[in-house]
Design a protein around this ligand. Sequence first.
Ligand code: ADP
Ligand code: ADP
Length: 228
Amino acid sequence: TTAVRMRSLRRDYGAVAALDGVDLDLAAGTFTAVMGPSGSGKSTLLQCAAGLDRPTSGTVAVDGVELAGLSERRLTLLRRERIGFVFQSFNLLPSLTAAQNVALPLRLARRRPARGAVREALDRVGLGDRAGHRPSQLSGGQQQRVALARALITRPAVLFGDEPTGALDTTTSREVLSLLRELVDREGQTTVMVTHDPVAASYADRVVFLVDGRVSGELAGPSAEAVA
Ligand code: ADP
Ligand code: ADP
């Protein structure tokens, strides 16, 4: 099945076409990396696919739901329940513990965190023993793993990452990438990340290249490792 379906996707910023007609299907249970030069539209693509930005024209369907047809309210709900997002800068709330950060999406959805759900999410990213720590007491890699647990606690249909390892050193970055790979292999977590790093892209099943807002090519299967 298709987790994300994009057709004739276009996003204009004034005279600039950040996306200039993108057609892309992302299969459920796969790990895709999006690469391309700075300004090629990678972030815009991710934001449109995740319902954080509205395309100028064209369509995006996530988990079978056409985003264009949704009201702002419905789109917000879909984002909360069906989409996970991690950023280069982690975006954790500094005054909250790891567990409280992870519980946030459930609180926003006014869902009472089920007993053990937060602990389980932290266990999935190998941080079960850091639940009471605040972000400042955690390393960069640990902070990104907390952000991952937070993104995954709602069991989203798709996990999006915008340069999720961009702020991490090489060793830590590989730990986070191995974890993402494991989530795809073990749990079938559909994952899409933007990255500049060929080594990061080599963890993906498929690498899609963008140039000037268009898909310029791709590598799939084990050959994706060739970019590294
Ligand atoms: P990438 O992530 O590949 O660096 P972006 O998606 O950030 O590319 O940007 C694609 C193009 O759209 C660039 O020319 C950028 O300057 C432009 N752009 C992106 N966001 C905005 C915005 N909010 N306002 C104006 N132009 C933007
Ligand atoms: P609040 O004070 O806002 O209710 P809590 O401290 O209870 O926040 O934490 C929010 C969520 O994180 C709850 O679901 C709680 O069960 C869970 N949680 C808090 N501390 C831990 C911990 N040490 N280990 C596992 N889960 C925890």
